[in-house]
Design a protein. Sequence first.
Length: 184
Amino acid sequence: MVWPARRSGGRRLARLGAPVVALVLGAAALAGCAGQEQSGDPAQQVATWVTQGGGGSSVGNLEVEARNIDLALSRHDRPAAIREVCALLSNDAQTGIGNLPTPDQELTTDLDNAYLAGTAAGDDCYKGADGDAALLARSASERTRMVALLGVAVQRMTTVSGRTPTTDTTVPPTGGGDPFAGGT
């Protein structure tokens, strides 16, 4: 009888079928996630990533937050107010990490290094807000490093795309404005 053999094989296939179907559907979904940043030449890919990922405004936000921490510390704000600006820096740096990778490996590395420095700066600032001079000094050093690394990343965006992204924090993060406005 051919029929029982088919049923037996069908059961094995059915047992394997669900995971295989899930794997195929998952792969198809991931393939569907391949955005426009993966098409075109490297300049087009990076420009699209900057537009869709808000790369320039993300850099600008972190730079502003670093200055806000300096301002809060120079005014001797209450520890709670200092913690608030420190937490913003750390959270936004973590958000930046979540927007990686970029279509360009060197840019991804540059931004990752900057975002990690920003996260560390925000965390050390937060922990030192009650006046721990050593933590606040380390945070200041990490903020300086972060700003320099962000500059390297913006230069890489410019080199690859041929245009300088604006770091204006009012540029909408998801393509509602020209992320290269004012750039060359």
